[in-house]
Write a protein that binds this ligand. Structure first.
Ligand code: UD1
Ligand code: CA
Length: 454
């Protein structure tokens, strides 16, 4: 962005109670793709920074439940302004004035409950605030305009903005809606805000009223439009689910465009930070928690839940696998059905194909972990590590009581409970010897049948 563009500050409104969410968690902290709504917005602003147009200052207006919001944003370069009473969006922005004392530039107002606004859109809105424009508003046309505020405009020139509650039937029939996002110079914003009243259906100080005042002053106000998916607001759990669905749909499309195969896209759920290389295949009904990266050629089979895991090239996961945080799968490793893995470094080509718990473990390349193997990593107080050497073979139904080390190339006999280290290339066998009693079963059945007959 060139240096003729004025500096900008962002004001994020998050003081509203969000009563329609019926939640003890603050509305703006409800997650979309595993990340609080508010953090999505802050990431967009960070995207503006990446584009060379970083906000000089970010002010978050908090009120009810402010401790929650302040805690969630702790450590960030943000100023908080407090709105003690929630008297409306216009009043909320006014509460940010002191925090922006001395700032002279463009103020972009964003709503904490409208989380998916993109950096590029914020740039576009700032660009729309040309010298002769007082306020630039971001509008959209949702499939169902519901109770959004309406924008009466022709060719981008706003004639009037009206809240749904105050709108006439004719105004309600207008499909252009207010996203809540707007850009206005600080030199216009504060004087305009000082003039708005609350004589309306809600008895609130409406932010959009600055547009009406500017127009009455003979100033121009413009609206630019963006996709409805980007600016749908979250006021209820149903709207939260709808925004989540839109986010997921968008990310699935991006993944496929980038070369990822999604056999049934609608049944795969990504987290905000899931990274997937081209030529990965993801089968139906896979859910990703945060912190996952997958390298090329890996296959995630159906019904797997993957979180905090790095999956190496060509690895195979599932069906019905659960990868928990701290999992690293080497190239070509295989984690099969009903296997749970946590804090595990699994070497290239190692396999745990069935019914196993691998927690706090390091497994060398090409090791084979038999069905039903359990790393007993917890004694009720502390966690301990298991180390399995490269090429080791763990027989089915073995319990490895950590801390314990199985040497490279060692074999553990099926059904063993291993409590001591096993040297490399050794066989460890921990089970009673087998006793066969010839003919015993037939004699037993005959005797019991005779007793039953009496
Ligand atoms: C608002 C707009 C409406 C727009 C819609 C888009 C106003 C008057 N109405 O309506 O035109 O179509 O958003 O989603 O601006 N907040 C405060 N303090 C307050 C009131 C609200 O901080 O006193 C915050 C809320 O936390 C929320 C945002 O402002 O993040 C919007 O408030 P909300 O009550 O949800 O407004 P809407 O009725 O959705
Ligand atoms: Ca809202």
């Amino acid at each position: 962005m060139s240096d003729v563009v004025p500096p900008f500050a962002a004001v994020l409104l998050a003081a509203g109670q969000g009563t329609r969410m019926k939640s003890s968690l603050h509305k703006v902290l409800h997650p979309i793709a595993g990340k609080a709504m508010m953090l999505h917005l802050l990431d967009s602003l960070a995207g503006n920074a990446a584009g060379g147009g970083a906000p000089q200052k970010i002010v978050v207006v908090v009120g009810k439940g402010r401790e929650q919001v302040e805690a969630a944003l702790a450590g960030r370069d943000i100023a908080f302004a407090v709105q003690e009473e929630q008297l409306g969006t216009g009043h909320a922005v006014r509460c940010a004035q002191a925090a922006l004392a001395g700032f002279d530039g463009v103020v972009v107002v964003l709503f904490g409950d409208t989380p998916l606004v993109q950096a590029a859109t914020i740039d576009r809105l700032r660009a729309a605030l040309t010298a002769d424009v007082a306020v630039a508003v971001l509008g959209f046309r949702p499939a169902d305009p519901a109770a959004y505020g309406r924008i009466i405009a022709a060719d981008g020139e706003i004639a009037k903005m009206v809240e749904f509650k105050d709108a006439s039937a004719e105004e309600r029939a207008v499909t252009l809606c207010n996203s809540g996002v707007l850009a206005v110079r600080s030199s216009d914003l504060w004087p305009l805000l000082a003039r708005i009243g609350n004589a309306n259906a809600a008895g609130e100080y409406y932010l959009p009223d600055i547009v009406g005042l500017a127009i009455a002053d003979g100033r121009r106000c413009t609206v630019i439009e963006t996709a409805a998916d980007e600016v749908a607001g979250v006021n209820s759990r149903a709207e939260l689910a709808a925004v989540e669905a839109r986010w997921q749909a968008g990310r699935r499309a991006e993944m496929m465009a980038a070369g990822v195969t999604l056999v049934d896209p609608a049944s795969v759920f990504f987290a905000h930070d899931t990274r997937v290389a081209p030529d990965v295949t993801i089968e139906p009904f896979v859910v990703f928690g945060p912190g996952v990266s997958i390298e090329s050629g890996a296959v995630i089979h159906s019904h797997s839940h993957v979180e905090g895991a790095h999956i190496g090239a060509g690895a195979s996961v599932g069906p019905f696998a659960r990868l928990r945080p701290g999992t690293k799968l080497g190239a070509g490793a295989k984690i099969g059905n009903f296997v749970e893995v946590k804090a595990a470094d699994i070497g290239a080509g190692a396999k745990a194909s069935h019914l196993t718990y691998l927690g706090d473990v390091t497994i060398g390349a090409e090791a084979n972990i038999g069905a039903g193997t359990i790393t007993c990593n917890y004694d009720g107080f502390f966690k301990y590590r298991t180390v399995i050497g490269a090429g080791a073979f763990i027989g089915s139904n073995s319990a490895l009581v950590a801390p314990v080390t199985i040497g490279e190339g060692a074999i553990v006999g099926a059904g063993s409970t291993i409590t001591a280290d096993v040297p490399a290339e050794a066989l460890a066998l921990v089970r009673p010897p087998q006793a066969n009693k010839p003919g015993w079963a037939a004699r037993f059945r005959a005797a019991m049948a005779a007793r039953k007959r009496g």
